[in-house]
Design a protein around this ligand. Sequence first.
Ligand code: CA
Ligand code: CA
Length: 148
Amino acid sequence: MDKKSLRDFFSHEQQDSILTAIRKAENRTSGEIRVRLDTRAGENPKQTARQVFDSLGMRKTALRNGVLFYLSVEDRKFVILGDDGIYHKVPPDFWDGVTGLVLDHFRQGHYADGLVAGIEKAGEQLARYFPRQANDVDELANEISVGD
Ligand code: CA
Ligand code: CA
């Protein structure tokens, strides 16, 4: 799938709801959320998501609390990846509930709804461990990026 098809994977309306979910979540937490779409994740989706995380500069947050929702649309892989600050602060099963919720939607083919639900849920949990500060900065621009 080429870059343009990836960009068109979600309608404008769906992109808006995903970006709105990110903005709302970030209104409650200092955590920084992004979404990435790739064609294929390859042999090791976690490793691929980690490379994307690095290449997007997502480690550049003060509290190391960036979170990436990674989805590959042809081989249907999904990974949520959080930066080190999250793993130092929260229980290991932190993301299991979020991942389960997202996959429930994905199984019905509802990709945008799944991401929105997952982002909302992640936002609730992040708000507990990383509440938004009064002087919050949008450290990572809210975006849905696409792979090559
Ligand atoms: Ca922020
Ligand atoms: Ca942001």
